[in-house]
Design a protein around this ligand. Structure first.
Ligand code: BGC
Length: 875
């Protein structure tokens, strides 16, 4: 069946504002509204008709239900709100109580609709007459706060009543002045602010606008401190009763004042995928080896615990500490608690009881990475439902699933998915515990797999815009976004350097963490939009990101032209071609994280972190940095071609070819040797096509030798791990790929699975070494190999977004069956194979409006349109 035409009609105020007309063809994605410009608050209803024709020529037309959207406030003039600042004098070193804000407002008879538009410096939660009417958490989300901040809009019509109503707000430190996204407090600012506007529209057409101003009252209550990473201190005895209701007497509360601090920052409609409470887990209580009460939730998540307490005395102190590990049988934070963290409080909730027979607490503004919770100060029996862990993350549509006959691989897939959930909270962070920084490298490594598991288009679209906003004029791209205090807050940078000289290495224009830029990290600027285009097919992401990508490549090329005195005697600095020095195409300057956490190097060096950083800064990393410069130049050339920019396409293609030639000549030995003892060096070259035809076979041989020497265990680090198995399959060694995939000895993906991990670990050390974070998603990137090679579902650049795709399953290892399903923009793709006595059965489903090329293991290739298929392949 295929679509023969569509028609889209949009209405506003009962009138047609856009009619696409009947458009012939099978186009069914990314059709953009093309009517008159929409104005603030405009409500639009739209529906769609689609006509399909089947193989027998029968036509059928279907009409969608109406969908609707409403425009936000588009212009500064729409706002009557002022930014309000509750706090006056504050101590910037201290943790501070959460501001409680409130005012009442009168609603006249005949209310037709009501909206609230709002944001905050910090996090906000709001209540209208005690109800929020939304499940969205961690608002307003994280953006480059000094450049743009998001406004959320909610329909509050049903929460209001005629007469007096209460508008109550609580503020939390959040990313703004919290510790998340670095190791210091006050990441963006020192004071919390709120900005909001309620608009009441009456049946008679009157619109009443109530903006935040001095009429808001302020107090502090039970929430004595709330930081996303450090956690909460809450004294239930100090909490106001009914402060969210109109009847509350706020006479003793103080007045807020208005502020212009950061008030000129651009307000934008929220483009975050809302963060929501998702799965819940019940506690299994036990005593650890030290006799402490510990709750095991069975799954490592990012979220918080909702607790119900009984029979506690007023003022009784309950302490919950959230961690991932049990070391020597005892609850432990050793693997995640940072040496340079500016606080002793870490992932904990301190709750002073009210003394009521039953009481409940659940954090509003803090989020922790944990599987275990240490409970102190509570001695009652714990029943089911008393302590519930709630996973909290960006609520993206789940799109992919994979299972096969190896149960450990199935668990690996679940672990990877959980690490994605645990780290995709408005921005993609490295881990939900220690740093919680949105590291570019981790995200670029994992983006393909992320898109297998969930629809990540909007999630990355938003984050990439911040990446572009923070790109330096030179084209340099930092290592974390939105970058935190080192960039924005010179006072904090100064303080960091004083406290820990390591920070000085960040250099004068540091960007939120150690180091300034890094190949493989900054390349997120290129690779992420490129992969998002491949997976979703929307050119808009390339339109948005092209200039950023191109400038990053130009920056790398400029760095390559700088000389590194360490290498100046080597032949690349002596040879010229067409008037250009060969060394100009080798990126041998700057600091790079390289094959970060490559198992082999860590053991041997005995270097301190500071020494390692100094070495990295002086030596550069020509093999890694030049490889990424080449890949990104190639990607930019392709992006330019897609966008119709032939001139750039030719230019960057030529640059990529030149880098390739120089790489082959100076960085790969004639015998194919690149860096003995490092699989990564060979994987990188083969994955990025950096060697000449003449050396290719020897490079492959070297890789096989390295793998054999390491007893079929991997020893790749962050950057090359995702390519290892792909490369082996591409060069005809799928059995070796499966052997490494199914390996359970360390280093391997399944080692941690065997030891009971429920997420992906940061290090190859395994859980038995109690080292590093247990929830670091990047090594989970192997899951793309499962979706795209083992199940064989592969998108194609010629027809991106799975408009056309390949189904090319690879059968190997101990697997007797494997299957995956993927919800692409057109519908569900299924791919399933099962070994039988006589060979193999392969089944697949191809959605309407797509085509697939099916490559069967016996060498047959069949092109199919939408439908369900079954093939029997002989042994
Ligand atoms: C983070 C990583 C990150 C790295 C940079 C670490 O501390 O946790 O995931 O990419 O630093 O090398």
């Amino acid at each position: 069946m295929i679509q023969s035409n569509y028609q889209l009609i949009a209405y506003s105020n009962g009138e047609v504002i856009w009619n696409s007309g009947i458009v012939t063809g099978s186009e069914s994605q990314f059709i953009r509204y093309d009517g008159a410009e929409l104005v603030s608050r405009q409500q639009v209803n739209w529906n769609l008709s689609v006509t399909t024709v089947d193989e027998t020529g029968i036509q059928e037309t279907a009409h969608s239900e109406f969908a609707r959207f409403e425009m936000g406030l588009l212009h500064p003039a729409d706002w009557q709100a002022k930014w309000i600042e509750p706090e006056s004098e504050i101590d910037i070193e201290d943790r501070k109580p959460a501001p409680y804000l409130r005012r009442t407002l009168e609603v006249k008879p005949g209310l037709k609709q009501a909206r609230i538009y709002q944001t905050a410096h910090g996090l906000y939660e709001f209540w209208i007459n005690g109800h929020t009417g939304t499940e969205d958490k961690f608002k307003p989300g994280l953006t480059s706060y000094y450049a743009r901040i998001q406004i959320q809009a909610y329909d509050i019509t049903k929460l209001l009543k005629e007469g007096s109503n209460a508008w109550a707000v609580m503020l939390g430190d959040g990313w703004w002045r919290g510790m998340t996204g670095g190791t210091v407090k006050n990441n963006f600012g020192y004071k919390l602010h709120y900005f909001g506007q309620i608009e009441l529209t009456y049946e008679n057409g009157e619109r009443e606008v109530i903006g935040t101003d001095e009429r808001f009252k302020y107090a502090t209550g039970g929430m004595l401190a709330s930081d996303m990473l450090m956690g909460d201190i809450f004294d239930a005895r100090k909490e106001f009763v009914d402060w969210k209701l109109a009847v509350f007497d706020d006479n003793s509360w103080m007045n807020v004042h208005c502020t212009t601090e950061h008030a000129d920052v651009r307000l934008i409609a929220s483009s975050s995928v809302p963060v929501r409470e998702k799965e819940q887990f019940t506690a299994q209580p036990f005593r650890d080896a030290a006799g402490q009460l510990v709750l095991d939730f069975g799954q490592n998540i990012a979220g918080y615990v909702k607790m119900k307490l009984k029979n506690c005395k007023a003022g009784q102190k309950i302490r919950l500490v959230h961690g991932e590990d049990l070391k020597d049988g005892c609850f432990s934070l050793d693997n995640i608690k940072h040496g340079v963290l500016q606080s002793s409080e870490f992932q904990e909730v301190i709750y002073y009881c009210s003394g009521n027979a039953e009481e409940e607490y659940c954090p509003l503004f803090s989020i922790f990475g944990f599987r275990y919770v240490l409970v102190e100060g509570y001695n009652e029996d714990i029943n089911e439902g008393d302590f519930t862990a709630i996973a909290v993350y960006s609520d993206m549509e789940e799109t992919g699933s994979f299972i096969c006959s190896n149960l450990l691989i199935n668990k690996l897939v679940l672990n990877s998915f959980w690490s994605q959930k645990g780290n995709f909270m408005d921005v993609p962070v490295d881990c939900p515990t220690r740093e919680r920084n949105a590291w570019t490298g981790d995200a670029q490594i994992y983006v393909r797999t992320a898109a297998d598991f969930m629809n990540v288009y909007s999630f990355f679209e938003k984050w990439l815009k911040d990446l572009s906003l923070e790109q330096y004029a030179s084209g340099k791209v930092g290592i974390t976004f939105p970058s935190t205090s080192s960039v924005h807050n010179p006072v904090e940078l100064e303080r960091n350097i004083k406290d820990n000289p390591l920070w000085a290495l960040a250099g004068p224009s540091g960007n939120g963490s150690i180091g300034e830029d890094s190949a493989g990290w900054g390349d997120a600027a290129v690779w992420i939009p490129y992969m998002i285009y491949l997976c979703y097919g929307d050119k808009q992401i390339l339109v948005n990101q092209y200039e950023t990508a191109r400038k990053w490549v130009d920056y790398m090329l400029a760095c390559a032209k700088e000389h590194n005195p360490l290498y100046e005697q080597e032949s690349q600095y002596l040879n010229y071609e067409e008037g250009e020095l060969d060394a100009d195409y080798i990126f041998d300057t700057k600091m790079h994280f390289g094959e970060w956490l490559e198992p082999i190097t860590k053991e041997d060096t005995g270097e301190s972190v500071a020494e390692a950083i100094i070495r990295m800064r002086t030596h550069g990393n020509p093999r890694v940095a030049t490889a990424y410069m080449c890949r990104s130049a190639e990607n930019v050339a392709h992006m330019a071609q897609i966008l119709g920019n032939q001139e750039d396409c030719t230019k960057y293609k030529k640059i990529a070819d030149k880098i390739r030639k120089v790489y082959d000549r100076y960085l790969i030995g004639d015998d194919g040797v690149i860096e003995p003892g490092h699989q990564a060096a060979y994987v990188r070259v083969l994955a990025m096509d950096l060697c000449s035809e003449e050396k290719r076979e020897s490079v492959v041989k070297q890789l096989l030798k390295e793998i054999e020497n390491n007893n079929y265990r991997l020893n790749t680090g962050f950057l090359s791990t995702p390519f290892l198995l792909h490369v082996l399959v591409d060069y005809g060694y799928s059995e070796i790929a499966f052997r490494i995939l199914e390996q359970t000895e360390n280093p391997s993906w399944l080692h941690a699975v065997l030891l009971g991990s429920t997420t992906i670990l940061e290090n190859w050390d395994g859980m038995d070494r109690h080292h590093g974070s247990y929830n670091h998603y990047s090594y989970g990137a192997v899951c793309d190999f499962l979706f795209s090679r083992v199940a064989g579902i592969t998108p194609l650049f010629e027809a991106p977004g799975y408009r056309e795709f390949e189904l090319r399953p690879i059968i190997g290892g101990t697997l007797t069956h494997a299957e995956a399903s993927y919800e692409c923009p057109y519908g569900t793709i299924r791919s399933r194979w099962k070994k039988t006595k006589n060979g193999l059965i392969y089944e697949c489903s191809v959605p309407v409006n797509t085509r697939a090329r099916v490559y069967l293991p016996d060498g047959q290739c069949i092109s199919v349109g939408s439908g369900d298929y079954r093939f029997s392949v002989g042994a």
